[in-house]
Design a binder for this molecule. Structure first.
Ligand SMILES: CSC[C@H]1O[C@@H](n2cnc3c(O)ncnc32)[C@H](O)[C@@H]1O
Ligand SMILES: [Zn+2]
Length: 451
C-alpha cells in the first residue's frame, strides 16, 4: 500500500495520451504535485491510500485545458467595444482606453479576474501577452495557476516601456525574475509584424534563442494586415518574418487566418506552432485559420481565446466546440476535427506549443497533476453514450467542478480556493466606474473634434 497526497476515483478519465482512449472507473494517484498512478478503481483501492480522497463517480477527468493565446488583464475591458473589425476595434477603441488606464494595478486586478474565470472554466495554464508582464506573472504565481508570460515588444511608447530597446531590456529582467519558478515561464512576445520593426523582431528572436523560450506573435490575423504589408513593404508578413529568422520551431503564430500553401509548407517544415482563436476571429470577422490543412501536414495547432475584449469570454471548452464546428462547416466535411482532436488541441497541443509537453497536457504518470473534473450528472449532459462527444459537443464550462494545478486543489466544487472572490468582485466594479469615466471623456472629445 503506497501512501499518496491525493487519490481521485473517477467515473471516466480521458488521458489524451494514449490517443482515443477513455478509461472507465479509474483512479489518479498524486504525490508531490505529480501523477504517480492511473489505474482501475478496483486496483487503486489496494495499491494506494490517499491523505485526501475524492470520489467523483459521475465525473470525467481530463488534462487541464490550456489557453494558448490571451491578454488576461483585458478582462476588465470586456464589452467596451463590440461588433467592429480588428483595426477599427484596436485603433479607435482599445488602444485609446489602454493608453488611459494601463497601470500595474489594472494588470494585477484584470489578470486575477481572468485567472478566476479561467480556473472556473477548467483552464490550468495560459499563455499571456500584455503590459506589465512582471505583475501578471506575480498574480498567476500567487493564485497557483500555470502560465507563460509574454515579454512584450512594441515600437511605440506605452505605460510599460518607451521604445523597443526598453521593451527588450525589461524582457530580460522579467525573464530572470521567473527563470526558476516552478509554474511561471516566459515567452518573447513581439505584438505583430505591423507594430514591431525589423531590428526589434530580430532582437526578440535572438533573445528567444538565448533564453530557449518560445516566441509568440499575432500574424496574418486579417487579409487587411497582409495587403497593407504587401503595399508598404512589397512582402507578406510571414515572408518578412522568415527573412528575419523568426520562422522556426519556437514560433507560436497566433491567428494565421491567411495562409497560402507555400506558407503552410514552410510552417510544417520549420515546426511552427499555430494558436487558433476561432471565436475572436469570428467576432472580429478576421477570417478563418485553415485548421484541416494544418493538421494534414501535422502542424501543431492549439487553441486560444484571445482577450475578453474581443471574444468576450475565456472559455477554452467553448473554443473546442467552435473549432470543431467551424472546421466541419468550412470544409463541408463532418469528419474534420473530430471531438478527440478538439480536446487534443485544447490540451496536449497547447503544451507542445509552449514547450511544456514533458510537464503537462496529458494525464500520464510522471506529469504534473494539472487536472480538470467535469460533472456529467446533469440533465443537460445525460444520457452518456460517448463521453468525448458529451465533452466537446454538449456541455458547457458550468459543468467544470474541480481543478488541480500541480496537485493543488484550486477549484473545489466550483469554489475558488486561492482567490477572494468578494474582494475581486468589488475591485472589478470600481474598475468599471473608472473605465466608464474614461470612455465618456473620450466620447466627448471625439464629438468635439468632429464638430
Ligand atoms: C503588446 S500587449 C498586447 C496588445 O495586443 C492588443 N490586442 C488584443 N487582441 C488583439 C488582437 O486580436 N490582435 C492584435 N492585437 C490585439 C491589446 O489590446 C494590447 O494592446
Ligand atoms: Zn491577441
Amino acid at each position: 500500500m503506497q501512501h499518496v497526497d491525493t487519490l481521485i476515483y473517477a467515473g471516466w478519465i480521458i488521458p489524451v495520451v494514449p490517443e482515443n482512449v477513455v478509461y472507465e472507473q479509474h483512479a489518479l494517484a498524486i504525490q508531490d504535485g505529480k501523477i504517480v498512478g492511473l489505474l482501475p478503481n478496483s486496483e487503486a483501492v489496494s495499491r494506494f491510500s490517499g491523505r485526501i480522497t475524492h470520489r467523483l463517480p459521475s465525473h470525467v477527468l481530463i488534462p487541464g485545458l490550456i489557453n494558448t493565446h490571451t491578454h488576461a488583464a483585458m478582462s476588465l475591458l470586456r464589452g467596451i467595444a463590440d461588433d467592429l473589425p480588428l483595426q477599427q476595434w484596436l485603433q479607435t477603441r482599445i488602444w485609446p482606453v489602454e493608453q488611459a488606464c494601463i497601470t500595474p494595478e489594472f494588470v494585477a486586478d484584470g489578470t486575477r479576474l481572468a485567472v478566476a474565470e479561467m480556473l472556473r472554466s477548467g483552464v490550468t495554464c495560459f499563455n499571456d501577452m500584455y503590459f506589465f508582464p512582471d505583475v501578471a506573472g506575480d498574480v498567476a504565481a500567487e493564485v497557483g495557476i500555470r502560465a507563460t508570460i509574454g515579454l512584450i515588444v512594441l515600437d511605440f511608447p506605452t505605460a510599460w516601456a518607451n521604445q523597443a530597446s526598453e521593451y527588450l531590456s525589461k524582457a530580460k529582467d522579467v525573464y530572470k525574475k521567473f527563470q526558476h519558478h516552478p509554474l511561471i515561464r516566459t515567452a518573447m512576445a513581439p505584438h505583430a509584424p505591423y507594430t514591431v520593426s525589423d531590428n526589434a523582431l530580430q532582437e526578440a528572436s535572438e533573445l528567444a534563442e538565448q533564453f530557449n523560450i518560445p516566441l509568440h506573435i499575432h500574424v496574418h490575423e486579417t487579409i487587411e494586415e497582409v495587403e497593407a504589408a504587401e503595399k508598404e513593404f512589397g512582402e507578406r508578413p510571414i515572408s518578412r518574418l522568415h527573412r528575419l529568422g523568426l520562422i522556426n520551431s519556437r514560433l507560436i503564430a497566433v491567428h494565421a487566418t491567411q495562409l497560402q500553401n507555400d506558407e503552410i509548407k514552410l510552417f510544417a517544415r520549420e515546426g511552427v506552432k499555430v494558436a487558433h482563436c476561432p471565436e475572436s476571429n469570428l467576432k472580429l470577422a478576421s477570417g478563418f485559420c485553415p485548421v484541416p490543412k494544418l493538421s494534414r501536414v501535422n502542424i501543431v495547432t492549439a487553441l486560444g481565446t484571445d482577450g475578453a475584449a474581443s471574444n468576450n469570454d475565456l472559455d477554452v471548452l467553448g473554443e473546442m466546440r467552435t473549432a470543431a464546428l467551424l472546421a466541419k462547416g468550412l470544409s463541408r466535411d463532418a469528419s474534420c476535427v473530430p471531438a478527440a482532436e478538439a480536446l487534443r488541441m485544447a490540451t496536449l497541443n497547447g503544451a507542445k506549443a509552449l514547450g511544456i509537453d514533458h510537464i503537462t497536457g496529458s494525464l500520464e504518470i510522471g506529469k504534473s497533476a494539472d487536472i480538470t473534473a467535469l460533472d456529467l450528472n446533469h440533465l443537460e449532459s445525460l444520457p452518456i453514450y460517448n463521453i468525448l462527444s458529451q465533452l466537446v459537443y454538449a456541455i458547457g464550462r458550468d459543468k467544470v467542478s474541480d481543478v488541480w494545478v500541480a496537485g493543488r486543489h484550486l477549484l473545489k466544487a466550483r469554489v475558488l480556493t486561492s482567490i477572494d472572490i468578494h474582494e475581486l468582485q468589488a475591485k472589478t466594479w470600481l474598475w468599471r466606474e473608472r473605465i466608464v469615466k474614461i470612455l465618456q471623456k473620450q466620447a466627448k472629445e471625439a464629438a468635439q473634434s468632429s464638430e
